[in-house]
Write a protein that binds this ligand. Sequence first.
Ligand SMILES: Cc1cc2nc3c(=O)[nH]c(=O)nc-3n(C[C@H](O)[C@H](O)[C@H](O)COP(=O)(O)OP(=O)(O)OC[C@H]3O[C@@H](n4cnc5c(N)ncnc54)[C@H](O)[C@@H]3O)c2cc1C
Length: 330
Amino acid sequence: MNLNLHNIPANISNTNSEPVKVVILGSGPAGFSAALYAARAELQPLVLTGMELGGQAALTYTIENYPGFPEGVGGAQLGELFQKQAEKFGAKIEFETATAVDLSVKPFRVMTYDREFLAESLIIATGASPNHLNVVGEKELTGRGVSYCATCDGWFFKDKKVVVVGGGDSALEEALFLTRYASGVHIVHRRNELRAGAILQKRAMENPKIHFIWDSVVDQILGSEKVEAVQLKNVKNGEVSHFDTDGVFIFIGHTPNTQMFQGQLELDQNGYIITNMNMETSVDGVFAAGEVMDSHFRQVVTSAGMGAAAGIQATKYLENQEETKTTQAA
Ligand SMILES: Cc1cc2nc3c(=O)[nH]c(=O)nc-3n(C[C@H](O)[C@H](O)[C@H](O)COP(=O)(O)OP(=O)(O)OC[C@H]3O[C@@H](n4cnc5c(N)ncnc54)[C@H](O)[C@@H]3O)c2cc1C
């Protein structure tokens, strides 16, 4: 395996010489749940938050499918509650972003822009980012009609008209899901044929609520307070038109945040970290949880569950290490 160590700075001044028992990368539902479990095992885990405190969930206005909140809960508020609960049991939070890791040595080395941490075990919960269209209006109207998750936000579009962007399996699955709520689902696709599997295509084509806008891209999302329309561009003849809609669901893939692990951990063909059921990666003592290894469920509750499992397994791993040391010393 070729190690991807090229971005490790040569001289980091601020090295914590004492290894931390558990370092957790990421402060989303998976990271904070892992921290809660490791903290309750009295391991005083260290969470490096990355740039998005609370993770993707914090970007959404209301979460209505996380159990325990019958009235729903604000995404940012849920993140704060996760953090508070982990801290209550001794988790330490650092507002740092890991820039490189060295998993070929023990303790593992985790570098940030100007510090280095040594970790006896590592839990990676750096998530995945939905691919963006990068068009005018997208960022401003995210959470106000622009969404990357039909399971999460479909309910808000009861009897409304929505646009879905994409032509792969996930776009069609999500479009079919949206037909439960929306009065019409209009799939905008840049080609005149879909990439999705045959069965999904058949289901979508046969669904009376689904309509296709072929050979077209969304090149602007329009609206002041919320989404009101999209500007479409026909890629064949360049024609530009406006299409009124209440929502825009973008499903053009996800990119897992795993670049720095390339060459050090086994990743699948799409870059997701490969783990077993115990959240163990290809390196002993390194665990992964949440969307960084799960391209299927992509929910707060499932990511939190995987984070909890990683926290439990890291605890077991450290206990085994201790036992081995004691046996060897005896
Ligand atoms: C707009 C939107 C709305 C959503 N709504 C819902 C909903 O209503 N219900 C639901 O169940 N799900 C919803 N989801 C999905 C849900 O948010 C995710 O499934 C969940 O947040 C994934 O959790 P995670 O901890 O695996 O990763 P993330 O939430 O993606 O968290 C990743 C964390 O890793 C950190 N990180 C990244 N790189 C580094 C690094 N190099 N060093 C340190 N830290 C790093 C980030 O700062 C972040 O804190 C929504 C997603 C989006 C985008």
